[in-house]
Design a protein around this ligand. Structure first.
Ligand SMILES: C[S@@+](CC[C@H](N)C(=O)[O-])C[C@H]1O[C@@H](n2cnc3c(N)ncnc32)[C@H](O)[C@@H]1O
Length: 212
């Protein structure tokens, strides 16, 4: 399975099919083979910028096999992490991930197509890597997901940098700021893949902000 295949998805149904096929080998053939460092980096950014107090629950949007949650749980063992994904097969892999103390990384895992349905829950914070990208989740979903975070809660959202302007994430975020739905975001451009990867140089923009 290669990156072109991941970028060829156009609809939620395409994602369901692709990740059903890919789930059992994703960690080997994608994360390891491409030196995919983004989950570790976003977890570090979360740990650096989101205050430790008053944050108990975090939702991992498009959690996949659980790479982001795994790093976050190591850095912030006190957090309850809830994963959401459209792919039952990816969620099955995520359910196998364990914290240092042997307990599951994810306190709960929810199967949902986030383009059409949002969990009826509220969280103190949100994190996401690899899911706001070509053919996956777009700017409209990005904005609707803000409601899942309680007022004054935090969002640490990675968006493929190539699509940040071209797919309207920048204008969506600006209008959320202007309408006082969110604070002004700070942005960090980070590598998605490590120096050993043929894809080294592909960047993600991590937006960090609070819901108002
Ligand atoms: C590239 S993977 C990233 C997984 C994980 N966050 C990581 O960094 O390894 C993208 C994930 O988005 C999920 N996804 C795609 N479309 C979705 C949708 N409409 N609703 C919920 N999840 C979706 C896929 O099933 C897949 O697990």
């Amino acid at each position: 399975m290669d990156l072109d295949k991941a970028y060829s998805v156009k609809t939620p149904e395409d994602s369901r099919k692709l990740y059903a096929e890919w789930a059992s080998t994703y960690n080997e053939t994608f994360i390891k083979a491409n030196d995919y460092v983004y989950p570790r980096t976003i977890a570090q950014k979360f740990d650096e910028f989101v205050p430790g107090t008053e944050i108990t629950t975090v939702v991992d949007i498009g959690c996949g096999t659980g790479a982001v949650g795994g790093f976050l749980a190591n850095l912030r063992p006190e957090l309850e992490i809830i994963g959401v994904d459209i792919s039952r097969e990816m969620l099955t892999e995520a359910s196998k991930t364990k914290r240092i103390d042997g307990s599951p990384v994810y306190n709960d895992l929810i199967e949902a197509d986030l383009t059409t349905e949002l969990p009826k829950m509220s969280f103190d914070a949100m994190i996401s890597a690899g899911t706001f990208t070509h053919g996956h989740l777009g700017a409209d979903t990005f904005i609707s997901l803000i409601e899942l975070v309680r007022v004054n809660g935090w969002l640490v959202i990675g968006i493929n940098a190539k699509h940040f302007s071209s797919q309207g994430f920048d204008t969506a975020l600006q209008s959320a700021q202007m309408n006082a739905r969110t604070t002004h975001a700070q942005f960090h451009n980070v590598q998605i893949y490590g120096p050993k990867s043929p894809h080294f140089g592909d960047l993600a923009t991590i937006a960090i902000f609070q819901r108002l």
